[in-house]
Design a protein around this ligand. Sequence first.
Ligand SMILES: *Cc1c(COP(=O)(O)O)cnc(C)c1O
Length: 521
Amino acid sequence: MMNRQGRKSGTGGIAAGEAPETFTGHSGLDHVEPLIFEIGDNAKTGVDLPAPGDFTPALGGLARQQPSGLAGGGLPGLSEPEVIRHYTRLSRKNYAIDSGLYPLGSCTMKHNPRLNEKIARIPGLSDVHPLQPISTVQGSLKVMDELAHWLKTLTGMPAIALSPKAGAHGELCGLMAIRTALEARGDARSLVLVPESAHGTNPATAALCGYGVKSIPANARGRVDLDLLKEALDDNVAALMLTNPNTCGLFEDQVIEIAEAVHAAGAFFYCDGANFNAIVGRVRPGDLGVDAMHLNLHKTFSTPHGGGGPGSGPVVFSEALAPFIPLPEVVSDGEGLRLREHPGDGDRSFGRMTAFHGQMGMFLRALAYMYSHGADGLRQVAEDAVLNANYVLAGLKDVMSLSYDGPCMHEALFDDSFLKGTGVETLDFAKAMIDEGFHPMTMYFPLVVHGAMLIEPTETESKASLDEFIFALRSLAEAAKAGDTARFAGAPHLAPLRRLDETAAARKPILRWVPNSSVEP
Ligand SMILES: *Cc1c(COP(=O)(O)O)cnc(C)c1O
Protein backbone atom coordinates (compact mmCIF):
# COMPACT_ATOMS: atom_id res chain seq x y z
CA MET A 1 0.00 0.00 0.00
CA MET A 2 1.19 3.49 -0.76
CA ASN A 3 0.32 6.30 1.58
CA ARG A 4 -0.39 9.80 0.36
CA GLN A 5 3.23 10.78 -0.01
CA GLY A 6 4.08 7.77 -2.08
CA ARG A 7 6.11 6.19 0.69
CA LYS A 8 5.66 2.47 0.84
CA SER A 9 3.97 1.48 4.06
CA GLY A 10 4.15 -1.79 5.94
CA THR A 11 6.93 -2.68 8.33
CA GLY A 12 9.33 -4.41 5.92
CA GLY A 13 12.98 -5.02 6.68
CA ILE A 14 15.06 -2.11 7.81
CA ALA A 15 18.23 -1.47 5.86
CA ALA A 16 21.28 -0.19 7.69
CA GLY A 17 20.84 3.50 8.35
CA GLU A 18 17.25 3.43 7.07
CA ALA A 19 14.36 4.58 9.17
CA PRO A 20 11.65 1.94 9.68
CA GLU A 21 8.67 2.31 7.38
CA THR A 22 5.26 2.39 9.02
CA PHE A 23 1.70 1.56 8.00
CA THR A 24 0.64 5.18 8.26
CA GLY A 25 3.68 6.86 6.80
CA HIS A 26 3.89 8.87 10.04
CA SER A 27 7.28 9.08 11.64
CA GLY A 28 7.43 9.08 15.43
CA LEU A 29 4.86 11.64 16.43
CA ASP A 30 5.33 13.60 13.24
CA HIS A 31 2.32 13.08 10.97
CA VAL A 32 2.26 12.96 7.22
CA GLU A 33 -0.05 15.84 6.41
CA PRO A 34 -1.93 15.98 3.10
CA LEU A 35 -3.25 19.24 1.65
CA ILE A 36 -6.33 20.61 3.36
CA PHE A 37 -8.29 20.02 0.13
CA GLU A 38 -7.34 16.38 0.21
CA ILE A 39 -8.78 15.85 3.67
CA GLY A 40 -11.86 18.04 3.16
CA ASP A 41 -15.32 16.62 2.66
CA ASN A 42 -18.55 18.17 1.36
CA ALA A 43 -20.59 16.82 4.20
CA LYS A 44 -18.58 18.51 6.92
CA THR A 45 -18.60 22.01 8.32
CA GLY A 46 -16.84 23.71 11.19
CA VAL A 47 -19.80 25.88 12.19
CA ASP A 48 -23.33 25.13 13.35
CA LEU A 49 -25.66 27.43 11.45
CA PRO A 50 -29.40 26.79 11.43
CA ALA A 51 -30.63 25.38 8.13
CA PRO A 52 -31.90 28.26 5.95
CA GLY A 53 -35.37 26.71 5.76
CA ASP A 54 -38.09 29.33 5.28
CA PHE A 55 -35.57 32.12 5.15
CA THR A 56 -34.19 31.06 1.80
CA PRO A 57 -36.33 33.44 -0.30
CA ALA A 58 -35.19 36.33 1.88
CA LEU A 59 -31.64 35.75 0.70
CA GLY A 60 -32.69 37.34 -2.57
CA GLY A 61 -31.75 34.44 -4.73
CA LEU A 62 -28.17 34.49 -3.51
CA ALA A 63 -28.49 31.16 -1.73
CA ARG A 64 -25.80 28.74 -2.83
CA GLN A 65 -27.11 26.39 -5.48
CA GLN A 66 -24.29 23.90 -5.22
CA PRO A 67 -22.62 22.36 -2.23
CA SER A 68 -19.79 24.50 -0.87
CA GLY A 69 -17.31 21.66 -0.84
CA LEU A 70 -14.83 20.68 -3.50
CA ALA A 71 -17.51 19.84 -6.04
CA GLY A 72 -18.99 23.32 -5.65
CA GLY A 73 -17.21 26.41 -4.41
CA GLY A 74 -13.84 24.75 -3.94
CA LEU A 75 -13.82 25.10 -0.16
CA PRO A 76 -12.65 22.11 1.82
CA GLY A 77 -15.18 21.10 4.46
CA LEU A 78 -13.61 20.24 7.80
CA SER A 79 -14.65 20.23 11.41
CA GLU A 80 -12.98 22.61 13.84
CA PRO A 81 -10.67 20.00 15.40
CA GLU A 82 -9.61 18.86 11.93
CA VAL A 83 -8.68 22.39 10.93
CA ILE A 84 -6.72 22.91 14.14
CA ARG A 85 -4.86 19.63 13.77
CA HIS A 86 -4.06 20.36 10.15
CA TYR A 87 -2.41 23.70 10.85
CA THR A 88 -0.74 22.55 14.06
CA ARG A 89 0.82 19.60 12.24
CA LEU A 90 2.03 21.88 9.46
CA SER A 91 3.52 24.28 12.00
CA ARG A 92 5.52 21.40 13.50
CA LYS A 93 7.22 20.87 10.16
CA ASN A 94 8.70 24.33 10.35
CA TYR A 95 12.25 24.23 11.66
CA ALA A 96 12.99 27.54 13.34
CA ILE A 97 15.49 29.30 15.54
CA ASP A 98 12.92 28.68 18.29
CA SER A 99 13.24 24.92 17.86
CA GLY A 100 16.99 24.47 17.59
CA LEU A 101 20.41 25.65 16.50
CA TYR A 102 20.31 27.19 13.03
CA PRO A 103 23.91 27.40 11.84
CA LEU A 104 23.37 29.09 8.46
CA GLY A 105 26.52 31.08 7.73
CA SER A 106 26.06 34.65 6.48
CA CYS A 107 22.46 34.65 7.72
CA THR A 108 22.97 35.39 11.44
CA MET A 109 20.04 33.29 12.62
CA LYS A 110 20.03 34.37 16.24
CA HIS A 111 17.43 34.37 18.98
CA ASN A 112 14.91 37.21 18.68
CA PRO A 113 14.17 38.38 22.23
CA ARG A 114 10.45 38.30 23.09
CA LEU A 115 10.79 41.75 24.63
CA ASN A 116 11.17 43.14 21.08
CA GLU A 117 7.88 41.53 20.10
CA LYS A 118 6.12 43.02 23.08
CA ILE A 119 7.39 46.51 22.27
CA ALA A 120 6.47 46.16 18.59
CA ARG A 121 2.88 45.38 19.57
CA ILE A 122 2.27 48.48 21.71
CA PRO A 123 -0.96 49.74 20.11
CA GLY A 124 0.10 53.38 19.85
CA LEU A 125 3.08 52.25 17.78
CA SER A 126 1.65 49.30 15.88
CA ASP A 127 -1.74 50.76 14.92
CA VAL A 128 -0.51 53.70 12.88
CA HIS A 129 -0.98 54.50 9.22
CA PRO A 130 1.67 56.14 7.06
CA LEU A 131 -0.82 58.80 5.91
CA GLN A 132 -1.87 59.85 9.42
CA PRO A 133 -1.43 63.56 10.23
CA ILE A 134 2.14 64.13 11.30
CA SER A 135 1.13 65.55 14.69
CA THR A 136 -0.43 62.17 15.59
CA VAL A 137 2.68 60.06 14.83
CA GLN A 138 5.32 61.99 16.73
CA GLY A 139 6.12 58.84 18.74
CA SER A 140 6.81 56.82 15.60
CA LEU A 141 8.99 59.57 14.18
CA LYS A 142 10.88 59.68 17.46
CA VAL A 143 11.51 55.93 17.17
CA MET A 144 12.89 56.44 13.64
CA ASP A 145 15.00 59.37 14.79
CA GLU A 146 16.45 57.47 17.76
CA LEU A 147 17.17 54.41 15.66
CA ALA A 148 18.86 56.57 13.03
CA HIS A 149 20.94 58.23 15.74
CA TRP A 150 22.18 54.96 17.22
CA LEU A 151 22.88 53.32 13.86
CA LYS A 152 24.93 56.36 12.84
CA THR A 153 26.71 56.33 16.20
CA LEU A 154 27.53 52.62 16.07
CA THR A 155 28.86 52.87 12.52
CA GLY A 156 30.52 56.29 12.84
CA MET A 157 28.70 57.53 9.73
CA PRO A 158 26.95 60.93 9.47
CA ALA A 159 23.88 60.13 7.30
CA ILE A 160 21.31 57.35 6.98
CA ALA A 161 18.43 56.11 4.83
CA LEU A 162 15.99 53.99 6.82
CA SER A 163 13.59 53.02 4.05
CA PRO A 164 15.34 50.08 2.28
CA LYS A 165 13.49 46.88 3.10
CA ALA A 166 16.31 44.34 3.07
CA GLY A 167 20.04 44.06 2.62
CA ALA A 168 19.82 43.71 -1.15
CA HIS A 169 17.49 46.71 -1.31
CA GLY A 170 20.03 48.63 0.79
CA GLU A 171 22.78 47.71 -1.68
CA LEU A 172 20.65 49.16 -4.47
CA CYS A 173 20.08 52.31 -2.40
CA GLY A 174 23.83 52.67 -1.78
CA LEU A 175 24.77 52.22 -5.43
CA MET A 176 22.04 54.63 -6.57
CA ALA A 177 23.48 57.29 -4.25
CA ILE A 178 26.96 56.55 -5.60
CA ARG A 179 25.76 56.81 -9.18
CA THR A 180 23.97 60.08 -8.44
CA ALA A 181 27.12 61.50 -6.78
CA LEU A 182 29.28 60.51 -9.76
CA GLU A 183 26.81 61.95 -12.25
CA ALA A 184 26.65 65.17 -10.24
CA ARG A 185 30.38 65.62 -10.73
CA GLY A 186 30.04 64.78 -14.43
CA ASP A 187 31.97 61.58 -14.08
CA ALA A 188 29.68 58.70 -15.04
CA ARG A 189 31.66 55.48 -14.63
CA SER A 190 30.63 52.04 -15.72
CA LEU A 191 32.28 49.37 -13.56
CA VAL A 192 31.81 47.99 -10.05
CA LEU A 193 34.49 45.76 -8.50
CA VAL A 194 33.30 42.81 -6.41
CA PRO A 195 35.54 40.26 -4.65
CA GLU A 196 34.93 36.72 -5.78
CA SER A 197 33.80 35.63 -2.31
CA ALA A 198 30.92 38.16 -2.37
CA HIS A 199 27.29 37.34 -1.69
CA GLY A 200 25.37 36.98 -4.95
CA THR A 201 23.32 40.07 -4.22
CA ASN A 202 26.42 42.30 -4.71
CA PRO A 203 27.03 41.63 -8.42
CA ALA A 204 23.26 41.39 -8.98
CA THR A 205 22.77 44.84 -7.46
CA ALA A 206 25.58 46.34 -9.52
CA ALA A 207 24.07 44.87 -12.69
CA LEU A 208 20.58 46.08 -11.79
CA CYS A 209 22.05 49.55 -11.31
CA GLY A 210 23.44 49.42 -14.85
CA TYR A 211 27.08 48.69 -14.03
CA GLY A 212 29.41 46.10 -15.43
CA VAL A 213 30.91 43.82 -12.77
CA LYS A 214 34.54 42.83 -12.43
CA SER A 215 35.48 40.11 -10.01
CA ILE A 216 38.58 40.51 -7.78
CA PRO A 217 40.28 37.25 -6.74
CA ALA A 218 41.07 36.39 -3.14
CA ASN A 219 44.60 35.80 -1.91
CA ALA A 220 45.80 32.64 -0.18
CA ARG A 221 44.62 34.09 3.15
CA GLY A 222 41.00 34.32 1.97
CA ARG A 223 41.11 38.13 1.77
CA VAL A 224 40.96 40.51 -1.19
CA ASP A 225 44.21 40.50 -3.14
CA LEU A 226 45.30 44.13 -2.72
CA ASP A 227 47.70 44.12 -5.67
CA LEU A 228 45.06 42.76 -8.05
CA LEU A 229 42.56 45.26 -6.67
CA LYS A 230 44.98 48.14 -7.36
CA GLU A 231 45.52 46.86 -10.89
CA ALA A 232 41.76 46.84 -11.52
CA LEU A 233 41.15 50.35 -10.14
CA ASP A 234 41.02 53.02 -12.80
CA ASP A 235 38.89 56.04 -13.70
CA ASN A 236 36.11 53.82 -14.99
CA VAL A 237 35.47 52.19 -11.60
CA ALA A 238 32.48 53.63 -9.75
CA ALA A 239 32.77 51.56 -6.58
CA LEU A 240 34.18 48.58 -4.79
CA MET A 241 31.60 46.44 -2.97
CA LEU A 242 33.35 44.68 -0.11
CA THR A 243 31.89 42.59 2.71
CA ASN A 244 33.72 42.98 6.01
CA PRO A 245 34.08 40.65 7.85
CA ASN A 246 33.96 38.81 4.55
CA THR A 247 31.94 35.75 3.65
CA CYS A 248 34.85 33.45 4.51
CA GLY A 249 34.35 34.66 8.09
CA LEU A 250 37.59 36.67 7.98
CA PHE A 251 38.27 40.31 8.76
CA GLU A 252 39.69 42.18 5.76
CA ASP A 253 42.76 43.35 7.66
CA GLN A 254 44.02 45.54 4.80
CA VAL A 255 40.75 47.46 4.73
CA ILE A 256 42.41 50.85 5.36
CA GLU A 257 44.77 50.36 2.38
CA ILE A 258 41.81 49.13 0.33
CA ALA A 259 39.77 52.25 1.16
CA GLU A 260 42.71 54.52 0.34
CA ALA A 261 43.30 52.84 -3.01
CA VAL A 262 39.58 53.07 -3.90
CA HIS A 263 39.42 56.77 -3.01
CA ALA A 264 42.69 57.52 -4.81
CA ALA A 265 41.03 56.20 -7.98
CA GLY A 266 38.08 58.55 -7.43
CA ALA A 267 35.75 55.64 -6.68
CA PHE A 268 33.46 54.98 -3.69
CA PHE A 269 33.77 52.24 -1.08
CA TYR A 270 30.51 50.34 -0.56
CA CYS A 271 30.64 47.94 2.38
CA ASP A 272 28.19 45.05 2.63
CA GLY A 273 27.40 45.22 6.35
CA ALA A 274 25.47 41.95 6.61
CA ASN A 275 28.19 40.64 8.94
CA PHE A 276 28.11 43.65 11.28
CA ASN A 277 27.10 41.26 14.06
CA ALA A 278 30.77 40.28 14.33
CA ILE A 279 32.06 43.81 14.93
CA VAL A 280 29.18 45.87 16.34
CA GLY A 281 30.43 47.97 19.26
CA ARG A 282 34.05 47.10 18.40
CA VAL A 283 34.69 48.72 15.02
CA ARG A 284 33.10 51.77 13.41
CA PRO A 285 33.03 51.30 9.63
CA GLY A 286 33.22 55.09 9.25
CA ASP A 287 36.75 54.88 10.68
CA LEU A 288 37.69 52.38 7.97
CA GLY A 289 36.91 54.74 5.09
CA VAL A 290 33.53 53.27 4.14
CA ASP A 291 31.25 55.54 2.05
CA ALA A 292 28.02 53.54 2.23
CA MET A 293 27.00 50.40 4.09
CA HIS A 294 23.72 48.59 4.62
CA LEU A 295 22.81 47.07 7.96
CA ASN A 296 20.51 44.08 8.06
CA LEU A 297 18.34 44.81 11.10
CA HIS A 298 17.00 41.27 10.62
CA LYS A 299 20.48 39.88 11.22
CA THR A 300 22.54 42.08 13.56
CA PHE A 301 19.69 43.69 15.43
CA SER A 302 17.62 40.56 16.02
CA THR A 303 14.45 41.27 14.10
CA PRO A 304 12.93 37.99 12.90
CA HIS A 305 13.74 36.72 9.42
CA GLY A 306 13.36 33.71 7.24
CA GLY A 307 10.25 32.52 5.51
CA GLY A 308 10.04 35.75 3.55
CA GLY A 309 9.03 37.89 6.50
CA PRO A 310 9.78 41.59 6.40
CA GLY A 311 13.41 42.57 6.68
CA SER A 312 14.92 46.01 7.01
CA GLY A 313 18.13 47.25 5.44
CA PRO A 314 18.98 50.83 6.48
CA VAL A 315 22.03 52.33 4.76
CA VAL A 316 24.55 54.61 6.46
CA PHE A 317 26.49 57.11 4.37
CA SER A 318 29.69 59.17 4.56
CA GLU A 319 29.84 62.95 4.29
CA ALA A 320 30.66 62.63 0.58
CA LEU A 321 27.42 60.78 -0.20
CA ALA A 322 25.13 62.48 2.34
CA PRO A 323 23.69 65.03 -0.18
CA PHE A 324 22.51 62.24 -2.48
CA ILE A 325 20.63 59.91 -0.14
CA PRO A 326 16.95 59.04 -0.65
CA LEU A 327 13.96 60.69 0.98
CA PRO A 328 12.00 60.74 3.19
CA GLU A 329 14.18 61.78 6.06
CA VAL A 330 13.11 62.53 9.64
CA VAL A 331 13.94 66.13 10.45
CA SER A 332 13.15 68.36 13.36
CA ASP A 333 11.59 71.81 13.01
CA GLY A 334 10.47 74.16 15.78
CA GLU A 335 7.19 72.27 16.27
CA GLY A 336 8.50 68.72 16.51
CA LEU A 337 9.57 65.99 14.12
CA ARG A 338 8.44 65.76 10.54
CA LEU A 339 9.30 63.86 7.37
CA ARG A 340 11.11 65.73 4.66
CA GLU A 341 9.50 64.06 1.66
CA HIS A 342 10.36 66.29 -1.29
CA PRO A 343 13.72 67.51 -2.46
CA GLY A 344 14.29 71.21 -1.88
CA ASP A 345 16.14 73.62 -4.16
CA GLY A 346 19.64 72.42 -4.82
CA ASP A 347 18.88 69.10 -3.12
CA ARG A 348 20.34 66.17 -5.01
CA SER A 349 18.52 63.26 -3.41
CA PHE A 350 18.02 60.54 -5.98
CA GLY A 351 14.38 60.13 -4.94
CA ARG A 352 12.56 57.46 -2.97
CA MET A 353 13.28 53.78 -2.36
CA THR A 354 9.76 52.84 -1.24
CA ALA A 355 6.26 54.28 -1.27
CA PHE A 356 6.37 54.98 2.46
CA HIS A 357 9.01 55.13 5.16
CA GLY A 358 10.31 51.62 5.74
CA GLN A 359 9.53 48.72 8.05
CA MET A 360 8.21 50.34 11.20
CA GLY A 361 7.81 47.05 13.08
CA MET A 362 11.44 46.17 12.42
CA PHE A 363 12.58 49.62 13.54
CA LEU A 364 10.83 49.10 16.86
CA ARG A 365 12.28 45.65 17.40
CA ALA A 366 15.79 46.78 16.54
CA LEU A 367 15.58 49.81 18.81
CA ALA A 368 14.22 47.66 21.67
CA TYR A 369 17.16 45.31 21.15
CA MET A 370 19.67 48.19 21.18
CA TYR A 371 18.19 49.77 24.30
CA SER A 372 18.01 46.50 26.18
CA HIS A 373 21.64 45.67 25.40
CA GLY A 374 23.21 49.09 25.73
CA ALA A 375 26.60 49.89 24.23
CA ASP A 376 28.45 47.37 26.40
CA GLY A 377 25.90 44.68 25.66
CA LEU A 378 26.20 45.21 21.92
CA ARG A 379 29.98 44.98 22.12
CA GLN A 380 29.53 41.71 23.96
CA VAL A 381 27.24 40.47 21.18
CA ALA A 382 30.15 40.77 18.76
CA GLU A 383 32.65 39.26 21.19
CA ASP A 384 30.44 36.28 22.02
CA ALA A 385 29.53 35.70 18.36
CA VAL A 386 33.24 35.51 17.51
CA LEU A 387 34.02 33.38 20.56
CA ASN A 388 31.26 30.88 19.73
CA ALA A 389 32.37 30.55 16.12
CA ASN A 390 35.94 29.92 17.21
CA TYR A 391 34.74 27.36 19.74
CA VAL A 392 33.04 25.47 16.91
CA LEU A 393 36.11 25.88 14.72
CA ALA A 394 38.39 24.50 17.46
CA GLY A 395 36.01 21.61 18.11
CA LEU A 396 35.92 20.50 14.47
CA LYS A 397 39.19 21.43 12.83
CA ASP A 398 40.90 18.07 13.45
CA VAL A 399 38.08 16.07 11.81
CA MET A 400 36.87 18.52 9.15
CA SER A 401 39.04 20.62 6.83
CA LEU A 402 39.34 24.29 7.69
CA SER A 403 39.60 26.43 4.55
CA TYR A 404 41.92 29.11 5.94
CA ASP A 405 44.26 28.78 8.89
CA GLY A 406 43.91 30.78 12.02
CA PRO A 407 40.96 32.06 14.02
CA CYS A 408 37.77 33.22 12.34
CA MET A 409 35.33 36.01 13.06
CA HIS A 410 31.65 35.07 13.54
CA GLU A 411 31.53 32.06 11.20
CA ALA A 412 33.81 29.11 10.46
CA LEU A 413 34.42 28.00 6.89
CA PHE A 414 35.24 24.39 6.02
CA ASP A 415 35.74 22.80 2.61
CA ASP A 416 35.06 19.22 1.52
CA SER A 417 38.64 17.93 1.38
CA PHE A 418 38.05 15.87 4.56
CA LEU A 419 35.41 13.94 2.60
CA LYS A 420 37.76 13.08 -0.26
CA GLY A 421 37.51 9.42 -1.22
CA THR A 422 34.59 8.72 1.15
CA GLY A 423 31.88 8.92 -1.53
CA VAL A 424 30.12 11.46 0.69
CA GLU A 425 29.68 15.00 -0.58
CA THR A 426 28.88 18.29 1.11
CA LEU A 427 25.18 17.91 0.26
CA ASP A 428 25.01 14.38 1.77
CA PHE A 429 26.83 15.54 4.87
CA ALA A 430 24.44 18.47 5.32
CA LYS A 431 21.37 16.26 4.79
CA ALA A 432 22.65 13.81 7.40
CA MET A 433 22.68 16.68 9.90
CA ILE A 434 18.88 16.82 9.62
CA ASP A 435 18.69 13.29 11.02
CA GLU A 436 20.70 14.55 13.99
CA GLY A 437 18.17 17.35 14.60
CA PHE A 438 20.15 20.22 13.15
CA HIS A 439 19.36 22.53 10.29
CA PRO A 440 22.24 22.27 7.79
CA MET A 441 24.87 24.96 7.60
CA THR A 442 25.21 27.14 4.50
CA MET A 443 26.47 24.90 1.69
CA TYR A 444 28.49 25.61 -1.44
CA PHE A 445 28.88 29.27 -0.46
CA PRO A 446 31.19 31.14 -0.63
CA LEU A 447 32.22 29.88 -4.05
CA VAL A 448 35.94 30.40 -3.41
CA VAL A 449 36.38 27.07 -1.62
CA HIS A 450 35.37 23.63 -2.88
CA GLY A 451 32.21 22.16 -1.36
CA ALA A 452 32.00 24.98 1.19
CA MET A 453 30.34 24.50 4.58
CA LEU A 454 29.87 27.82 6.34
CA ILE A 455 28.85 27.61 10.01
CA GLU A 456 27.61 30.59 12.00
CA PRO A 457 26.48 29.61 15.50
CA THR A 458 25.81 33.22 16.69
CA GLU A 459 26.22 34.52 20.22
CA THR A 460 22.87 33.27 21.46
CA GLU A 461 23.88 29.59 21.61
CA SER A 462 24.98 28.20 24.97
CA LYS A 463 28.13 26.14 25.45
CA ALA A 464 25.92 23.06 25.95
CA SER A 465 24.18 23.50 22.61
CA LEU A 466 27.49 24.14 20.83
CA ASP A 467 28.93 20.99 22.43
CA GLU A 468 26.00 18.94 21.18
CA PHE A 469 26.36 20.40 17.69
CA ILE A 470 30.11 19.72 17.62
CA PHE A 471 29.50 16.18 18.86
CA ALA A 472 26.99 15.55 16.04
CA LEU A 473 29.30 16.90 13.34
CA ARG A 474 32.32 15.03 14.67
CA SER A 475 30.30 11.79 14.67
CA LEU A 476 29.18 12.40 11.10
CA ALA A 477 32.72 13.23 9.91
CA GLU A 478 34.01 10.06 11.54
CA ALA A 479 31.18 7.95 10.09
CA ALA A 480 31.95 9.27 6.60
CA LYS A 481 35.62 8.44 6.97
CA ALA A 482 34.77 4.98 8.33
CA GLY A 483 32.84 4.21 5.13
CA ASP A 484 29.32 4.32 6.59
CA THR A 485 27.94 5.67 3.31
CA ALA A 486 24.41 4.31 3.92
CA ARG A 487 23.96 6.93 6.59
CA PHE A 488 24.55 9.67 4.04
CA ALA A 489 23.34 8.38 0.67
CA GLY A 490 19.60 8.70 1.31
CA ALA A 491 19.72 11.21 4.14
CA PRO A 492 17.63 12.66 5.62
CA HIS A 493 16.05 9.38 6.72
CA LEU A 494 13.96 10.82 9.52
CA ALA A 495 12.51 13.95 7.91
CA PRO A 496 8.89 13.90 6.67
CA LEU A 497 10.21 14.27 3.13
CA ARG A 498 13.61 13.07 1.96
CA ARG A 499 15.63 14.42 -0.94
CA LEU A 500 13.68 17.02 -2.83
CA ASP A 501 14.34 18.07 -6.38
CA GLU A 502 15.51 21.55 -5.45
CA THR A 503 16.26 22.57 -9.03
CA ALA A 504 12.78 21.66 -10.26
CA ALA A 505 11.29 23.41 -7.23
CA ALA A 506 13.05 26.62 -8.24
CA ARG A 507 12.59 26.28 -11.99
CA LYS A 508 9.05 24.88 -12.12
CA PRO A 509 7.36 26.02 -8.94
CA ILE A 510 3.79 24.82 -8.37
CA LEU A 511 2.31 27.61 -6.36
CA ARG A 512 -1.35 26.63 -6.12
CA TRP A 513 -3.44 23.58 -5.73
CA VAL A 514 -5.45 22.86 -8.84
CA PRO A 515 -8.94 21.57 -8.12
CA ASN A 516 -9.86 18.21 -9.36
CA SER A 517 -6.36 16.93 -9.86
CA SER A 518 -6.34 13.28 -8.90
CA VAL A 519 -8.10 13.85 -5.60
CA GLU A 520 -11.66 12.76 -4.89
CA PRO A 521 -13.58 15.26 -2.74
C1 LIG B 1 22.05 38.39 3.88
C2 LIG B 1 23.12 39.00 3.07
C3 LIG B 1 22.83 39.92 2.05
C4 LIG B 1 21.43 40.24 1.57
O1 LIG B 1 20.59 40.69 2.58
P1 LIG B 1 19.00 40.45 2.47
O2 LIG B 1 18.48 41.17 3.67
O3 LIG B 1 18.78 38.99 2.49
O4 LIG B 1 18.55 41.07 1.19
C5 LIG B 1 23.88 40.50 1.39
N1 LIG B 1 25.16 40.18 1.68
C6 LIG B 1 25.47 39.30 2.64
C7 LIG B 1 26.91 39.00 2.93
C8 LIG B 1 24.46 38.66 3.37
O5 LIG B 1 24.77 37.76 4.29
